[in-house]
Ligand binder design. Structure first.
Ligand SMILES: Cc1ncc(COP(=O)(O)O)c(C=O)c1O
Length: 329
């Protein structure tokens, strides 16, 4: 009980919001404290809100948002699945995100684009509620704690399973999907782990509470396929691309739980977690119990790319300053 309280009632700084000055709401910048919705908004009653998590990094050219277009495409894809009509194009939202980072005067931050159904509908049928778009952002450090990227984290396999395919669509980044993630994460914290890996309904490895998972054997990477139980992460795709660039073999295939214990290396990938090594699973040491050579190489390539220290070969960075300066006034 003491541990439960310590973990759940005293959130560590990486799990707390830091207010910034402005939030973009349907074309206007509103002060942080005025970006409000009604308690009877459809999204509050029924969870009808989709969102994204995107990182903006400090680079030599000023702040640059990583894979912004891909995140916004996934956002609009989530809206499509839930029949939410958004009156903005990806280009509109790219401009708004860049302007937001500049207006808040941030060099680096985490952006949280949100599309939600507002106030109006009385029942589950949502169409009387307007679709509203909010773009908040705030400064955010290492999601899994200081030193996690360098030293790795201890994880467990969750006793909670991920949802089955064709129940709640996991290709949509929908707020309600995170009920599963919350249970997985809270249990892990209460049990003294930094994170958990959940299995799918077939007992095979699915993903973490908010990250995809990779295993390494020798110089081959393995990750579960997009099977209807996990979010197809943009960082997952980044890792697959960087791994191929580096000459590693990559395999998307079903993986049993015990392959976590036998792997040479395990790591999480995600916008918040970036590339975080896992040093133990269920208190069984992974490999040598520290970041391994393949994870080190991929993390090095990843961090050099996001910080603009290496040529942006895949066109993944959107510099905020040049885009805002070029915008018509
Ligand atoms: C459930 C879940 N899986 C995986 C990921 C990783 O996705 P991405 O790399 O696009 O951040 C996230 C984070 O958004 C997530 O919430």
């Amino acid at each position: 009980m003491r541990l439960f309280k310590a973990c759940l009632l005293s959130p560590t700084p990486m799990y707390k919001l830091t207010a910034t000055d402005w939030i973009w709401h349907d074309g206007d910048f509103v002060p942080w404290n005025q970006a409000n919705i009604h308690v009877l908004s459809h999204s509050v009653q029924y969870g009808s809100s989709v969102f994204e998590g995107v990182r903006c990094y400090k680079t030599p050219e000023g702040p640059a948002i990583f894979r912004l277009r891909d995140h916004l495409a996934r956002l609009l894809g989530s809206c499509k699945i839930y029949r939410m009509e958004v009156p903005y194009t990806i280009d509109d939202l790219v401009s708004a995100c860049c302007a937001l980072v500049e207006k808040n005067g941030l060099e680096s931050c985490y952006l949280r684009p949100m599309v939600l159904r507002g106030y109006g509908a009385a029942s589950m049928v949502p169409f009387a509620s307007p679709v509203e778009v909010f773009l908040p952002c705030w400064p955010w450090g290492a999601y899994l704690g200081e030193g996690a990227l360098e030293n790795g984290v201890d994880a467990c396999v969750s006793s909670w399973q991920r949802v089955a395919p064709n129940t709640i669509p996991t290709m949509a980044k929908m707020a309600g999907n995170y009920l599963s993630g919350m249970l997985i994460k809270m249990q892990a914290l209460a049990d003294g782990y930094a994170e958990a890996i959940a299995l799918g309904p077939d007992g095979m490895i699915s993903e973490g509470s908010g990250q995809n998972v990779f295993l390494v054997r020798g110089e081959t990477l393995f990750t579960p396929p997009v099977d209807g139980t996990l979010l197809p992460g943009i960082t997952r795709d980044t890792v697959l691309t960087l791994a191929r660039d580096a000459g590693f073999e990559v395999r998307e295939q079903e993986l049993p739980r015990e392959s976590l214990y036998l792997a040479d290396e395990v790591f999480f990938s995600g916008t918040a977690a970036e590339i975080t090594p896992v040093r133990s699973v269920d208190k069984i040491t992974v490999g040598k119990g520290k970041i391994g050579p393949v994870t080190t190489e991929l993390q090095r390539r990843f961090l050099a790319t996001v910080h603009g220290e290496t040529p942006d070969l895949h066109g993944w960075l959107t510099p905020t300053r040049s885009l805002v300066e070029a915008a018509p006034r």
